[in-house]
Write a protein that binds this ligand. Structure first.
Ligand code: ADP
Ligand code: MG
Length: 343
């Protein structure tokens, strides 16, 4: 079911391209299932199958290195070595883990790069998703101490000090991959393109008609592709995190989603249904969307206000919107059942 969702998302696309009479060439889109989601790249200023080949080869390489479920990949080997040995990894993996660790420290563990044991226990977004026993949850939560992740820069190794620990880059690797895709496109001279890796959007350059891109912000209460508002952007990464992305319904009828609080071991419950973040880099926006979601209101919004070049929109279950000042300027609510707090 979740796959169907993602496929639909890719077809609809989060970037709204209103039919226009511009003379821009037909966009060329390629979509593949990678990093556990539908990844699409649309070139708006030319056709270049070779370039798209290179982009998707790179994304596949990132998946092979950074997915926790690829056993012989970097993260798979680091996790298998937990409590036993330091494992040498590729430069890009090292950099993403290092960034993940920084976000973990910055947020006091709301974002937790070592959340792996809980992610695999709950299995949210997989066939094996289930509501675990309290004891299992406590045991897994006890193995998520990111301060026990040891990085050795010169040797480029990662060591998880306790057996049973595991890294999970699910909240940051898609963003990194989108940045890499954007880098390859820019290096090739592309000036108008949209990258959408499961809702991690990079609106590269400007719209083929020369105006700003219009990026739809998902309505967290509805299925993928239904928007509550629109952001106008040029050369910007836009990433959303929310309760709608991956979830299952427990035997108690409750919905359990995929952003976990490693202190309690349960999905974060703080009244938010979604957070959208804009930044120059998709990796930063990706990590921060998860961070802000986990921090909730008001802590998430306060942190967002303090970070330069980052804007954020917080969506509550009561359909109230809270936004950083900068975001208010580029964002328009299109679904009247949502309203901006304080307006
Ligand atoms: P999406 O996968 O929809 O882009 P996120 O970027 O918010 O959503 O990442 C959620 C994923 O991150 C989860 O599926 C899991 O792999 C991992 N994760 C879950 N909880 C946390 C957390 N507190 N900190 C860091 N990563 C997390
Ligand atoms: Mg994220």
């Amino acid at each position: 079911m979740i796959r169907g969702h993602k496929a639909l998302a890719a077809v609809l696309g989060a970037v709204i391209l209103t039919a226009s009479c511009s003379r821009a060439p037909e966009p060329r889109t390629r979509m593949e299932f990678l990093l556990g989601t539908a990844c699409s790249v649309t070139l708006h200023d030319r056709a270049s199958p070779d370039l798209l080949d290179r982009v998707f080869r790179r994304v596949k390489e990132i998946e092979d290195r950074m997915s926790a479920t690829v056993e012989d990949g970097d993260i798979g080997r680091v996790n298998a070595g937990a409590g036993k040995r330091a494992v040498r990894v590729e430069e890009d993996t090292f950099a993403v883990v290092e960034a993940g660790l920084e976000f973990s420290r910055m947020s006091g563990g709301a974002f937790n790069v070592a959340v792996g044991p809980l992610v695999s226990l709950w299995g949210i977004g997989t066939e094996g998703a289930r509501l675990p026993e309290k004891g299992e949850i406590a045991a897994a939560a006890a193995r998520t101490d990111y301060q026990k992740v040891r990085l050795h820069r010169e040797a480029r190794t990662i060591f998880l000090e306790e057996p049973g620990m595991a890294l999970d880059l699910g909240a940051i690797a898609k963003g990194y991959a989108a940045d890499e895709a954007a880098r390859l496109l820019r290096e090739d001279g592309v000036t108008s393109a949209v990258i959408d890796f499961g809702g991690n959007i990079v609106a590269l350059g400007s719209h083929p008609a020369g105006r700003l891109w219009r990026v739809g912000v998902q309505n967290p209460d509805l299925s993928r592709g239904q928007y509550l508002g629109v952001l106008e952007a040029r050369d910007l990464a836009v990433v959303s995190s929310g309760v709608y992305e991956r979830f299952f319904t427990g035997p108690d009828g409750k919905r359990y989603h995929h952003i976990l609080d490693s202190k309690t071991g349960y999905p974060v419950e703080n009244g938010l249904t979604g957070v959208t973040v804009t930044a120059r880099d998709s990796m930063v926006a990706d990590a921060l969307s998860t961070t802000f979601f986990a921090l909730g209101l008001p802590a998430g919004l306060e942190l967002a206000d303090r970070i330069d070049g980052v804007e954020a929109l917080f969506i509550t279950g009561g359909r109230e919107l809270h936004a950083t000042r900068g975001l208010r300027e580029s964002f328009k609510v299109t679904d009247p059942s949502f309203r901006m707090a304080g307006e």
